[in-house]
Write a protein that binds this ligand. Structure first.
Ligand code: GCV
Length: 676
């Protein structure tokens, strides 16, 4: 159930009845994917028999915005999944009560004296236990905070959605990372940089007067996977967002997000004191500049008391920054940090900086720029580092800053939007890429010094930790453009909560919650998802190739591209193919060609497997994904043929057996970008 349906149909009971009728009809009519993984359609018959004896009433006492949301979620969720209304009250009256809340909100939970256990779970953790409350069997979801109890509620519903046993529950969880953020590269005109799922979800022109109910569904979806922060505007920032006019709009969004524990962050344009304040400089060591930011921070916190902080892209790709004034990154970050510190706000300073120097190596650029400042950033600064040193390529080694700045709080930045991975046209399940990075050993403190241990603070005891994902959401009805791209949003939240989670578990959960619980279909779809990332590497950039895409758009192949003003924006800078290099050794040439062919073959097999799922998946989503897979095959073939035709001009060798001949000439591939 989502707020749109609530709005349409009014009362909760009316809403449930209609939702059930709708669910029954939806198999025939289709499903547009709007409900994401928060679907509470009736479970298969065997599960119903098991669960109905465990869940017979909802007991949530107390009143607050978060408790109201929690109660509605439990009632809607249990009623929908069990196929009949589950009553809600404040007392346990029978076997099978589900009690949720905190010791403060619920006298029942207080009476259990779980103080010690709850204290160990911190501000956002929760526990779920099967207990006896006087004579009745009950399931208790308890936490220190209402938000923790909401997270526990979603976890409990997930257990049922994924058909797990709930008769002897003994669960305790807390998030491993403190900041679990979606970063939106949304512009104030409604466009989204590198967004492939429609327009921005924030409708600035009508806020704060008109608030799209969809904002609540966005916050709810995030809470369901533990995401607790949202950066609203592009890091290529427009200073206007910091004006009182825009801050009032931000307040409206923050108010919708608050019950779900999602705090807002803003990208701060470093030149804002000039752009908005009329100062002559934005020099971070100028007292007037520091005073301007302090006043601005005070103003923001008056508007939004739980404001998260600033994200800053400085001196990168044309953005202003401290170096514009011959100051360094520490000068800039610490000046902003001082303005936010009285309010407990943080500065998230991006490490995506690269200067072109003689003998330049782009992969080392951020390291060269930032590593020397280790130990100098203020305690409320996090340095946000992309997973790899180049830029979200299909495969990159881990970023060399991980493990190299033991006295700096590093935060991992991942990209959910598929800028280099076929936009919202290609089915690519990203957690395997993220696992590869998290599990990489930096050896910075001996063997086992993984990126994960740097990021979760275990290795260097950083007190602030976090992970950000560049969002793939937009105004498209299905949120992410491709039904399967929803899985990357889901996976990001789950991994930020628990970076140990296996990709196979995440896929299994998501499929059961989103598409089907049919075991055979789950197996087939999981196989497709788990194979998809390696296939994309195969048909785009195998064997360590990277950054060989069409300039500007980053869609489709263009290894020949050499017209950008900076050398490191051109593919030829990266692959350096010549008569002596890439593709010249016979083994490498064959291997390269066979990888491209393997990627194409994977898409073809996947199309057949998907076709066989007709009738198991609702018609609407089945047809939509089938169309996308057809585009993915076209693109994979194009990538293979364009790239191999180009490298063949160096290798001068025939394609090995098993690799299909290109349909066009190299000149034709060069002439026109692959359309999306
Ligand atoms: C927001 C890459 C992208 C840019 C993006 C930049 C960044 O260069 O192509 O669109 O800008 O990364 O992460 O800042």
């Amino acid at each position: 159930m989502n707020s749109e349906q609530h709005r349409k149909y009014g009362s909760l009971v009316g809403c449930l009845v209609i939702a059930m009728l709708f669910a029954a009809a939806s198999e025939a009519q289709g499903d547009d994917g709007y409900r994401l993984w928060c679907r509470y359609d009736q479970l298969p018959a065997q599960a119903l028999t098991r669960y109905r004896t465990q869940v017979s009433e909802i007991v949530v006492s107390g009143k607050s915005a978060t408790l109201d949301v929690l109660r509605a979620e439990l009632v809607d969720g249990c009623s929908g999944l069990l196929g009949s209304p589950v009553p809600s009250g404040v007392e346990v009256s029978r076997d099978g009560a589900v009690v949720a809340g905190t010791p403060q909100s619920s006298p029942l939970i207080k009476s259990l004296h779980w103080e010690a256990q709850l204290a160990a779970l911190g501000p956002e953790g929760f526990c779920i236990h099967s207990v006896r409350l006087s004579t009745h069997r009950a399931i208790v979801i308890a936490a220190n905070s209402e938000l923790g109890a909401l997270y526990g509620t979603f976890h409990f519903l997930r257990l049922m959605q994924t058909l797990q046993p709930i008769d002897k529950l003994d669960v305790s969880q807390k998030p491993r990372l403190q900041l679990r953020m979606l970063d939106h590269w949304d512009n104030l005109d409604g466009s989204i940089e590198r967004g492939y799922a429609g327009r921005s979800l924030w409708n600035w022109s009508v806020l704060p007067d008109v608030i799209d109910p969809r904002l609540q569904d966005y916050a709810r979806a995030n809470a369901s996977i533990g995401i607790n922060g949202s950066l609203l505007n592009n890091v290529n920032a427009n200073a206007q967002i910091l004006t009182a006019e825009y801050l009032r709009k931000v307040v409206a969004i923050a108010d919708v997000f608050r019950p779900y524990g999602v705090r807002v962050f803003l990208s701060a344009r470093f030149s804002a004191p000039i752009d908005l304040g009329g100062l002559k400089t934005a020099d971070p060591l100028d007292p007037e500049v520091a005073a301007w930011w302090k006043k601005k921070a005070d103003e923001i916190y008056q508007f939004i008391p739980d404001f998260g902080g600033f994200v800053v892209k400085a001196n990168s790709e044309g953005q202003p920054g401290p170096r514009t004034y011959n100051r360094n990154h520490v000068d800039g970050a610490n000046m902003l940090a001082a303005a936010l510190a009285p309010h407990k706000g943080v500065v998230i300073w991006r490490a995506f900086v690269y200067d072109m120097k003689p003998g330049y190596d782009r992969a080392a650029a951020a390291y060269d720029n930032l590593q020397p400042f280790d130990g100098q950033f203020a305690p409320n600064v996090l340095l946000q580092v992309k997973n790899g040193p180049i830029d979200f390529q299909p495969r990159e080694p881990f970023h060399p800053l991980f493990g190299a700045m033991p006295k700096t709080q590093l935060m991992l930045e991942l990209q959910l939007t598929q800028e280099y991975l076929g936009f919202s046209n290609h089915l690519v399940f990203l957690p395997q890429m993220w696992r590869e990075v998290l599990d990489s050993d930096t050896y910075s403190k001996g063997s086992g010094s993984t990126v994960m241990k740097v990021v979760d603070g275990r290795l260097y005891h950083q007190s602030l930790t976090g992970m950000a994902g560049v969002a793939n959401t937009g105004s498209d009805r299905n949120w992410t453009g491709h039904q399967f791209a929803q899985a990357n949003w889901y996976a990001f939240g789950r991994i930020a909560w628990n970076p140990d989670l296996a990709s196979s578990q995440i896929a299994d959960e998501w499929i059961k919650m989103t598409f089907t619980q049919d075991p055979k279909a789950v197996e087939t779809i999981a196989g497709i998802m788990l194979g998809s990332r390696e296939a994309a590497v195969d048909y785009m950039t195998p064997l360590g190739l990277h950054h060989i895409m069409w300039g500007g758009t980053h869609y489709g192949p263009a290894p020949w591209w050499d017209t950008e003003p900076r050398a490191d924006w051109n593919p030829v800078y990266y692959h350096r193919a010549d008569e002596l290099g890439l593709g010249f050794d016979r083994t490498l040439w064959d291997e390269l060609a066979l990888h491209y062919q393997r990627g194409v073959d994977w898409v073809r097999t996947t199309r057949r497997e998907w076709d066989n799922l007709a009738g198991v998946i609702d018609n609407e989503r089945h047809a939509e994904v089938a169309k996308k897979l057809a585009i993915q095959e076209r693109d994979a073939v194009w990538w293979r043929d364009a790239v191999l035709s180009y490298f063949q001009t160096f290798s001068k060798r025939p394609l090995p057996s098993g690799v299909e001949q290109p349909a066009r000439t190299l000149e034709e591939y060069k002439a026109k970008s692959l359309s999306w």
